[in-house]
Write a protein that binds this ligand. Structure first.
Ligand code: ZN
Length: 595
């Protein structure tokens, strides 16, 4: 006995058996009951939702011995012939291969004659949108005044390709994709009838893969039944459908998130040896990261993510460990990889590269975070140990109290340099502060912090430390700033000349973009503090630009692209970043971002 594919074996032979499409079925049955079946009907919808099946059922209903009836008997000669596909008065035409005007002319010739033995002649044209314009035109006249003994049933997956003149002469039925629940019930009924053991999980997977198409689902069931026999394991389903187990996906995602490149590549190698479809794998990974992102940003992620509860909980946990930015980054990289795979003749390599990029992405620190870290470094908490490593200079330049941050020390220095509040001074200063010596000179009267000093000794008024000369000590000043604000020191190096004018410290720059960042209120304040501390003079900072009269804050408007480029190249942040990361600037873009 030859094997009958499920799609044929389970083709509905009554309206009741039709899966889904209840409203269309009801309308048709009502029409039959009231003897108001239109002479031209068009069924539209995606493949495998029952278009030709319904057309045949209508044919049966019209031609049944007992009919026309909304419940064809399925026993009479006409019914059984239609079921067997050999009814002489039913003409099934494939629109794709009979699309020309000649075929339509022959058809028109044919329908002039009365049906051979049934009540009606029924013309079913599948894929009717494939007909040529001439063929449609030839059909038009017939559709306007169809003979009483003829019914037309059209089926199409592309309704929009049908000329409106044809559409307006047909009754239209738009078939929906079949709901998952209905497909599931239908498939489990088949499994039961076919005496095949299969889990609900596996059936759900098949339903998902069927994508609302009964026929697609049935052919998947066919494959799986013939592979696994009477006992279908979940692994069988995974293997036949080339599915990737959700466990594999979450493990691979974990490898990416943990930057475990070796683990990720090993997993990929494993699944490849199982013959899993790599494009599907990439797709599933992409959906996994989408789910993580949704978990992270949505208040009700469960509404947007369709996975089992346990899986969902795990996703939620994982998502909570990562920032939205990093999840987005991973997603974008995988998306790029998936796109590359589509066009690559080496999809595996493309996927591997995507995995490598994504795993490396963990090493990428958001710019905001990086800036924050640098700022922290500059404000001292990290710099203190660096100072410790060079005690001689530090002890000369300023007192360092071990374990204290620079900012603490700076405060202390300030307390000393300014007219002292005796009590504070007594407490804070341990006697080693009055000696601010120029760099590189051996401290003469220096007492280090470790030297025993009586606190009482500091009672005597502190003499003003000797001032430094701006021009002579400028390089040392830059070094001083370097220890505190690296980028600012770089900017100071770009300064073309510096001079003292009374209480003003005038910095001259040749290019306005060089000092753009320096000119912010906050940074001027820093520079003022540094210069006061270092030179021990109550300086006010002025900035002049070559060729400009004004001094102080310079008009920053009206910069052209060239200046902008230069400003970007000279931007202290960029310079600092290149220095910190030991990198180099390879590209400057001032235009709008584009791909
Ligand atoms: Zn019948």
């Amino acid at each position: 006995m030859s094997y009958l594919v499920l799609a044929r074996k389970w083709r509905p032979q009554t309206f009741e058996d039709v899966v889904g499409q209840q409203s269309v079925v009801r309308t048709i049955q009502n029409g039959i009951e009231r003897n108001r079946v239109p002479h031209a009907i068009i069924f539209s919808g995606v493949r495998g939702v029952g278009k030709t099946t319904l057309a045949r059922l209508v044919a049966k209903a019209l031609n049944c011995q007992e009919g026309p009836t909304k419940v064809p008997c399925n026993k009479c000669e006409h019914c059984t012939e239609i079921t067997g596909g050999n009814a002489i008065d039913i003409h099934e035409i494939d629109g794709a291969s009979n699309r020309g005007i000649q075929e339509i002319r022959e058809l028109k010739e044919n329908i002039r004659f009365f049906p051979t033995k049934s009540r009606y002649k029924i013309i079913i044209i599948d894929e009717v949108h494939m007909l040529t314009t001439e063929a449609f035109n030839a059909l038009l006249k017939t559709l306007e005044e169809p003979p009483e003994h003829v019914f037309f049933m059209f089926a199409t997956t592309e309704l929009h390709k049908i000329p409106i003149t044809i559409l307006s002469r047909c009754q239209r039925y738009e078939l929906q994709k079949v709901a998952s629940r209905e497909l599931f019930e239908f498939f489990s009924k088949i499994a039961k009838e076919e005496k095949v053991n299969i889990s609900d999980w596996a059936l759900n997977i098949i339903v998902r893969e069927a994508g609302g198409s009964v026929r697609d689902g049935l052919s998947l069931l066919d494959q799986i039944f013939s592979f696994g026999g009477d006992e279908i394991s979940d692994e069988d389903v995974i293997q036949v459908l080339g599915l990737v187990d959700s466990q594999v996906i979450s493990s691979m995602a974990a490898a990416i998130l943990e930057g475990d490149l070796a683990g990720g590549l090993k997993l990929l190698d494993d699944v490849t040896s199982y013959g899993i479809d790599l494009k599907r794998l990439a797709n599933d990974l992409l959906y996994y990261f989408r789910a993580l992102l949704i978990c992270r940003i949505s208040a009700n992620p469960e509404k947007l993510i369709d996975v089992p509860d346990q899986e969902f909980d795990e996703m939620r946990k994982t998502a909570g460990l990562h920032t939205v930015e990093s999840l987005q980054l991973y997603f974008n990289m995988l998306l790029k990889g998936a796109e590359e795979m589509q066009y690559s003749s080496h999809p595996r390599l493309a996927l591997e590269m995507a995995l490598i990029r994504a795993s490396e992405a963990g090493n990428v620190i958001p710019v905001t975070e990086l800036l924050g870290k640098l700022e922290t470094m500059q404000s001292g908490s990290v710099a203190a140990p660096i100072q410790k490593e060079t005690p001689p200079r530090a002890s000369v330049q300023k007192p360092i109290v071990q374990g204290k941050t620079i900012s603490d020390t700076v405060k202390k220095e300030t307390a000393v340099a300014r007219p002292p509040k005796p009590k504070q001074q007594k407490k804070e200063v341990s006697g080693d502060v009055k000696i601010e010596k120029p760099l590189k000179e051996e401290p003469v009267e220096t007492k280090t912090a470790s030297q025993p000093t009586t606190e009482e000794g500091t009672e005597e008024p502190v003499s003003q430390p000797p001032t430094r000369e701006v021009r002579k000590n400028w390089d040392e000043f830059i070094q001083y700033v370097m220890d505190r604000k690296k980028w600012m020191a770089h900017t100071l190096r770009l300064c073309s000349s510096v001079r003292e004018e009374g209480t003003d410290l005038i910095l001259k720059f040749d290019d306005p973009s060089d000092c753009k960042m320096l000119q912010t209120k906050e940074n001027i304040k820093f520079l003022t503090e540094f210069s006061q501390d270092f030179f021990q003079k109550e300086f006010k900072i002025g900035i002049t630009i070559k060729g400009a009269d004004s001094q102080g804050i310079i008009n920053q408007d009206g910069t052209g692209p060239q200046e902008e480029r230069r400003a970007l190249a000279n931007d202290p942040l960029v310079q600092m970043a290149t220095e910190v990361l030991d990198g180099r600037v390879v590209n400057i873009r001032t235009g709008p971002r584009s791909r």
